[in-house]
Design a protein around this ligand. Structure first.
Ligand code: 3PG
Length: 221
């Protein structure tokens, strides 16, 4: 299952982190991202509208790969699975949440930032992991050093936290990375102000950076 997800996330490349205050903004935000070439989101469960926004995008924007973010309780696992999420992520590693995701048959990528976290995730069968908060934890060099003892097991990462248009290319061209994510493409304020054109432009720019980073990597490897 994780091999398929590694591939799906690699194809998607970038997850736009969305925090949505009004359900009415869910579809326009998702459509602006699609127009700009971003096909994956992490919709955070940090607002009262989050679950309805998630359900709406799952139902009405089928081209979007929809991840639920900030999933930190077993109850939230059940709720996002019922809302139709394709997958879920958490900032940290909570065994009860992992067990609930397995029970709900929901693809789940827990957050890690230490070798101990990686080992716990591996113990529970997880090899596709969110690296959070990537930049303040030490960035790509920290991830490379931390992952070295586990590389032969086929682990792969989704870095989030502090990524932006300046630093995402480095991550995207690295073989340990399946996809990256960040809120800079569609920040909460731009969603609140319904700035769909700016979100579309940010998405287009990010998508171009991804293509350039990956073609550079392909040319040098
Ligand atoms: C997340 O919710 O996954 C992160 O908070 C995204 O981090 P960023 O806002 O630094 O992109």
């Amino acid at each position: 299952m994780e091999v398929i997800w590694k591939q799906r996330l690699h194809e998607c490349g970038i997850l736009a982190v969305l925090t949505i205050d009004r359900v009415e903004d869910a579809i326009p935000a998702a459509e602006a991202l699609l127009r700009g070439g971003i096909f994956g989101i992490e919709l955070t469960l940090r607002t009262t509208s989050a679950l309805d926004a998630l359900r709406t995008i799952c139902e009405k924007v089928p081209e979007m790969l929809v991840g639920a973010g900030t999933v930190i309780t077993p109850q939230q696992v059940v709720e996002v699975a019922q809302a139709g999420a394709d997958f879920a992520v958490s900032p940290g590693l909570n065994i009860k949440v992992l067990e609930a995701a397995e029970e709900a048959d929901l693809p789940f990528f827990p957050g890690i930032m230490s070798p101990s976290d990686i080992e716990t995730a591996l113990e529970y069968g997880h090899k596709l992991l969110k690296y959070f908060p990537a930049e303040t934890a030490g960035g790509l060099s920290h991830l490379e050093a931390m992952a070295t003892p586990y590389k032969h097991l086929g682990i792969s990462f989704i870095p989030l936290g502090g990524l932006n248009k300046e630093n995402c290319g480095n991550y995207l061209s690295h073989p340990l990375i399946s996809a990256i994510g960040g809120s800079w493409i569609a920040p909460q304020k731009l969603i609140q102000s319904k700035s769909w054109d700016i979100i579309e432009e940010n998405a287009r720019e990010a998508s171009l950076i991804m293509k350039q980073a990956r073609s550079k990597h392909a040319a040098t490897s």
